[in-house]
Design a protein around this ligand. Structure first.
Ligand SMILES: C[S@@+](CC[C@H](N)C(=O)[O-])C[C@H]1O[C@@H](n2cnc3c(N)ncnc32)[C@H](O)[C@@H]1O
Length: 257
């Protein structure tokens, strides 16, 4: 189904811990509300690329829309499949690479959320992904994605020092309290933040040590990348509330056709 090239990123080991991912980043919140309402307004068939464990897709599918989720990680898909079946929700889960895929059908609503797109670091991978999206959009279809809005000040603060992120700590039913430390550097030439994530429980320090690397897409390059992929940026919001995008917005929430 998909053309498997060089790994798109160094982050696959991170997503091998799907159950821990869900504990660290529990679903719900305004992103779910936004995509659920937006997909519902659009109607028809839905495709999520980089769907992970289905934190956005399962709520959309529970409303009755036919949903397909594509992800590179077998572990994330397995957890998504398990959760959907537990909730009695129908989702088609496909393992594939968003850089190049051919599902032999079109969709009315295609989306990529939670910075998943930023696992594509090379310009050619982003453009190839957008071309694949375009081929899968039904007439009148809508492509929506969100990526963070890079703050130069925050990027340069990535000094390689390991620090605890209190906001990410969680309770694992098997291990008890889990703390999360992250050490990051910013590779300005590649526009990639290279991180190492450390998960520790009382009796098990560093039971997970995994790299996680995400690109920055700067506001002025974003419409150009889309147009190289045959897509057009129709609207860009700065947050889930629909505020227009501005320099200090936390994210770029992009609506494309
Ligand atoms: C931050 S998670 C987001 C998961 C889900 N969308 C959510 O909102 O919880 C990023 C996901 O992108 C997937 N991913 C990374 N590179 C990919 C690629 N080239 N093709 C498909 N999926 C990819 C990862 O396996 C992971 O599940």
């Amino acid at each position: 189904m998909s053309r498997r090239r060089q790994p798109s990123n160094q982050s696959e080991a991170f997503y091998a811990h799907a159950r821990l991912y869900d504990l660290m980043f529990p679903g719900g919140g305004p992103a779910v509300d936004f995509y659920r309402a937006d997909a519902d307004r659009q109607g028809g068939r839905v495709l999520e690329l980089g769907c992970g464990t289905g934190n956005k897709l399962i709520p959309i599918a529970s409303g009755g829309q036919p949903c397909v989720g594509l992800d590179l990680s077998a572990d994330m898909l397995a957890e998504g499949r398990r959760k959907a079946s537990e909730r009695g929700v129908a989702v088609e889960w496909l393992q594939g690479d968003m850089r190049a895929f051919d599902l032999d059908r079109t969709f009315d609503y295609v989306f990529i959320t939670a910075n998943s797109l930023l696992h594509l670091h090379e310009v050619e991978d982003l453009v190839s992904c957008f071309r694949s999206v375009r081929r899968h959009l039904a007439p009148g279809g809508r492509f929506v994605f969100d990526v963070f809005n890079p703050s130069v000040r925050l990027l340069v603060e990535a000094d390689g020092v390991r620090r605890t992120r209190d906001s990410l700590s969680f309770v694992d039913p098997d291990r008890g309290d889990v703390s999360v430390d992250v050490a990051e550097t910013y590779d300005a030439a590649a526009q990639v933040t290279r991180g190492t994530w450390y998960l520790s429980a009382g009796a098990e320090p560093d039971f997970v040590v995994a790299p996680l690397e995400i690109r920055s897409i700067f506001p002025q390059e974003l419409p150009l990348l889309l147009s190289l992929g045959g897509l057009q940026l129709v609207e860009r919001f700065g947050d889930w509330s629909g505020l227009p995008f501005a320099a200090d917005a936390p994210r770029q929430l992009c609506v494309c056709a």
